[in-house]
Design a protein around this ligand. Structure first.
Ligand code: ATP
Length: 925
């Protein structure tokens, strides 16, 4: 085989018969196509042997050259695509029977020519005329050849022997050549397969790259949208913040104003008090002077009374003397005059006394009234229904406004509008008033009675409007500040009360308007709330979508999928107080309350304690299909001891809630059943445990192993982890068992589990003391094109990291714990190295990392389930697990499908058989 200058491979070989070159066969084919002609030529071998070794047919001479025989193989123009990709339609051996027929015909012709030559030779020996070149003889060739079968041919023994030897040598040479061809074929097939694989990989890569680009574009568009929305929201928040600032400023100024007013009021109050006390002092001094006057008047009265007493005594004495001196008439008359003279000042004094008394009583009354007025409390004003309703309404409206910023904004708007309308109405009123005053000053009132009445009515209307706006302003202002008007102290509210209390109609209208505004506000509030809820819903769903797309892109990049499962609180944790430190935010995020504040972690999916085993399995189901399609798949559970790994992977003890493993067994055989018409399947499994850094085959019970005879060659059977050329890990030395149904596989699994190391610790009554590795190999042969795919599903239940202080491990349990922690720490190192993309990954540090080599940073589709406890008492371990899981998320795998075309599969089989010393039939090749 040569490579010509154009890069195409050309093949040629010469056919030697009886030591002579009888033909040279050429085939020029594009790269990867020479397999067909080589196969065609190789197929002549059995025919040669059969024809040449037939007894009684030995050739007479070795000098005959069969130059005229047709021998060129048709040039191959096959432009079909490579078989690996289109192996459903392409069978590179499909032309083989035709080639065989062609060569059979060829050899039949050779045989006829040979017989013709023998016939001629015979005729020459028997003296018959021979003219082999004549057309007549040529025409009768076939009939002569037929007849020559009946003719006995005698060949000299030496010639026959030489010929036979020559034939034997030729056959040997042919056989060697064919073996070479077989090797060439193998090489060609390997080359072709490699090229095909490269081509497939390239196509797949470009296909995935395209998809990735599309998804990236979608993500970009989506991110743009989100950014726009974020910007929009930020603008809104900014506007609200500004408004809030304004409101706060207004509130502050309002407070300042009210403080000033209060101070003013206090000042006025103290002034009034001063005035009042001055008046009181004056009254007191008046009272004192009045009392003095009264005293004096009393003294005067006393004096007068004394005088009167003295005068009445004098009168009595004088009357006694008058009886004795009747004659003395003059003196009596004089006494009467004197008496009359003395009665006149008495009358004046009496009147004066009465007057004084009256003024005294008057002042006393005044003072008593003043004192009483000062002492007695202000009588409570009977409250109108409006004054009771108003604070309630205002309070409610204020609560609504403070709860919803949009309502507050609306209120501000209403206040603004009302203020503008009030200013306008007041302006109008002022103008109207001025116009009216003008018209009065011009004294044309009498002339224009009608116009005056009109202006009067429009004035009252305007006043009414202004009042209405003032009331609204008052109400809205109260709603805004939340201050209920104090009816008896606040002038404006008193005014409002006055307005509202003027009549039933007006009160009802006032209440109505406030009530209507309240209803309006409530309506708008509801709308705003609905809108807010809608926006929040949209935001949440968009956030969820973004995470979903992100996960999809990560998936396409080959990143390891990581799900987080939070188990329910255990009884022990409940007894310790049951404080919860872990919370699911949404389907993709979990938050942990740390002493430094909440910490958020993102995963491909988060499952809470309420999630069922089925819910979890639904998310892993897809991977089972991948394993059957020929991928290397790994699902493993990670977490502290007692966090629920075994529950997740295996299920509970009585299998009421089966875990991922038993569910996978069923799923595998369900898929097999669905595809049984198109594929032939073979399912086999091995199950191991890594206990104290020793790999143990769980299909061999420890007791059985102890009783078993040592193998004949005297070596103890050991399970070792190896990797094949494609990097897929396998356990050498482990017993692999086939299963034809889910039930059979499950029985094998139960057998394996029975041999597992489990014991009770303080943290878990059934703590796994080893890592469990279940490997299921699924081989599927396509019935149409014969291609064979081999998938591997590894299900790993890791033992949990534990602290001896918490688990109370002692003696051998402590040794187990140390071994578990050591292997998990090696796993942690591998995860760290992979996530940091370090050049060296320390896979060889532990058997566990060797087992997981193809799943972490290898060619597997991997799913990690990180199990955590929700309890606060396991906070530290939970955080460690989540940090590890986050690192695992950053690891990229390169999953490849393991599929071989029918020919490669067959050739492999042949090679295996040849290596094991078995015979191989030609048809197999
Ligand atoms: N999601 C869950 N729902 C109900 N019970 C659960 C759940 N997860 C775990 N449990 C219970 O918690 C206990 C401990 O779980 P499990 O044995 O699976 O932990 P583990 O992580 O495998 O521990 P170890 O590493 O020690 O083997 C078990 O009794 C199990 O039934």
């Amino acid at each position: 085989m040569y490579m010509n200058s154009s890069g195409a491979e050309s093949g040629s070989y010469s056919l030697t018969f009886l030591g002579k070159k009888v033909g040279r066969h050429h085939a020029v084919a594009p790269a990867g196509k020479q397999r067909a002609w080589e196969t065609t030529n190789r197929s002549t071998c059995p025919e040669d042997l059969e024809l040449s070794s037939r007894p009684g047919r030995a050739p007479v001479s070795a000098s005959h050259v069969l130059e005229d025989l047709p021998g060129s193989v048709p040039e191959l123009k096959d432009e079909r695509p490579c078989p690996i990709i289109h192996n459903t339609q392409f069978d590179p051996y499909e032309d083989r029977p035709a080639a065989v027929r062609h060569h059979k015909t060829l050899w039949m012709k050779r045989w006829a020519a040979f017989r013709r030559w023998i016939g001629a030779d015979h005729r020459k020996h028997t003296g018959q005329d021979v003219n082999p070149g004549s057309s007549e003889s040529q025409l009768s060739d076939s009939s002569e050849a037929d007849r020559s079968q009946d003719v006995k041919i005698y060949i000299p023994y030496e010639s026959a022997e030489r010929c036979i030897n020559q034939i034997a040598e030729d056959m040997g040479a042919l056989k060697r050549k064919h073996l070479e061809k077989v090797h060439e074929l193998e090489e060609n097939f390997q080359l072709t397969a490699r090229r095909n694989q490269e081509w497939t990989v390239q196509r797949l890569r470009s296909h995935h790259q395209n998809k990735l680009n599309i998804l990236r574009r979608i993500l970009d568009v989506y991110q743009d949208k989100v950014e726009k929305r974020n910007a929009d929201w930020e603008r809104r928040v900014e506007a609200l913040n500004t408004r809030n600032e304004q409101l706060l400023e207004e509130q502050r100024s309002e407070r300042r104003r009210s403080k000033e007013e209060a101070l003013q009021w206090h000042r006025e109050k103290s002034k009034m008090l001063e005035l009042f006390s001055t008046r009181l002092d004056v009254l007191h001094s008046h009272q004192a002077s009045t009392l003095q006057e009264l005293q004096m008047a009393r003294q005067e009265v006393g004096k007068i009374q004394d005088m009167l007493m003295a005068s009445s005594q004098e009168q009595q004495e004088a009357a006694e003397e008058g009886e004795s001196t009747e004659n003395n008439g003059l003196s009596a008359q004089q006494q009467t005059v004197a008496c009359n003279d003395s009665e006149q000042p008495l009358e004046g004094a009496k009147a004066r006394l009465e007057e004084l008394k009256e003024s005294l009583y008057q002042r006393e009354r005044e003072i008593t009234e003043l004192l009483e007025a000062q002492r007695s409390p202000v009588p409570p004003v009977p409250q109108s229904p409006c004054s009771v309703l108003l604070p309630t309404v205002i309070h409610k409206a204020q609560a609504l406004c403070s709860a919803v910023p949009e309502a507050r904004a609306l209120l501000d708007l209403m206040i603004e509008e009302n203020r503008a309308a009030l200013v306008e109405a007041r302006d109008k009123l002022d103008r109207e008033q001025m116009a009216r005053e003008d018209s009065i000053s011009k004294e044309d009132k009498a002339n224009d009675q009608e116009g005056f009445a009109e202006s009067e009515s429009s004035m009252s209307l305007l006043q009414e409007t202004v009042r209405g706006y003032e009331v609204s302003y008052l109400a809205l202002d109260c709603i805004k500040t939340g201050e209920s008007p104090i009816i008896n102290e606040c002038d404006t509210v008193a005014e409002l009360e006055d307005i509202l209390g003027q009549g039933t109609i007006r009160t009802t209208e006032g209440v109505k308007s406030v009530g209507q505004q309240l209803l309006l506000l409530q309506d708008q509030l509801k709308q705003v709330k609905d809108e807010k809820k809608k926006i929040i819903d949209n935001y949440t769903s968009e956030r969820t979508m973004r995470k979903k797309y992100y996960n999809m892109v990560e998936d396409m990049k080959g990143k390891i999928r990581v799900c987080c499962r939070i188990r329910p609180l255990s009884r022990t944790e409940d007894a310790q107080g049951g404080a919860i430190a872990v919370e699911k935010i949404d389907d993709f995020s979990v938050s942990v309350d740390t002493p430094r504040g909440p910490r958020e972690f993102q995963f491909n999916k988060v499952f809470t304690a309420e999630a069922s085993q089925e819910d979890l399995f639904q998310d892993t189901n897809r991977l089972i299909q991948s394993a059957i399609d020929g991928y290397n798949v790994c699902i493993f559970a990670y977490g502290q001891t007692g966090s629920g790994k075994t529950f997740t992977m295996v299920g509970d003890k009585d299998q009421k809630n089966p875990g991922i493993m038993p569910r996978s067994f069923n799923a595998i055989f369900d898929i097999i059943r669905e595809n049984s018409t198109k594929f032939d399947f073979k399912v086999s499994a091995y199950m191991l445990e890594l206990y104290n850094d020793r790999l143990q085959d769980l299909f061999v019970s420890p007791a059985g192993e102890a009783n078993a005879q040592p193998p004949s060659h005297g070596q103890v059977r050991r399970v070792e982890i190896k990797r094949n050329r494609k990097g897929v890990v396998f356990a050498q030395g482990a017993e692999t068992k086939e299963a034809s149904s889910a039930q059979e596989l499950y029985t094998l699994f139960l057998q394996a589990c029975a041999n597992r190391h489990i014991s009770a610790t303080k943290m878990n009554v059934e703590s796994s003391r080893s890592h469990l590795i279940v490997c299921i190999m699924v081989e599927s042969r396509n019935r149409t094109n014969g291609s064979v795919s081999t998938g591997k599903l590894s299900l790993v239940d890791l033992a949990g990291s534990e602290r001896a202080a918490k688990t109370g491990a002692k003696d051998h349990q402590l040794k187990e714990a140390n071994s578990i922690n050591k292997s998990l720490s090696a796993l942690g190192d591998v995860i760290s190295a992979l996530s940091a993309e370090l050049p060296h990954v320390p896979y060889r540090n532990s058997k566990l990392t060797q087992v997981m080599q193809d799943s972490l940073g290898g060619n597997a589709k991997t799913l990690m389930i990180v199990n955590i406890s929700p309890s606060e008492c396991n906070l530290e371990e939970t955080l460690t697990s989540l940090v590890y899981a986050t690192r695992v998320k950053a690891i990229t795998n390169n999953a490849q499908r393991h599929v071989e075309s029918k020919e490669i599969a067959q050739l492999k089989e042949v090679i295996i058989r040849l290596r094991s010393g078995q015979t191989v039939e030609d048809e197999d090749v």
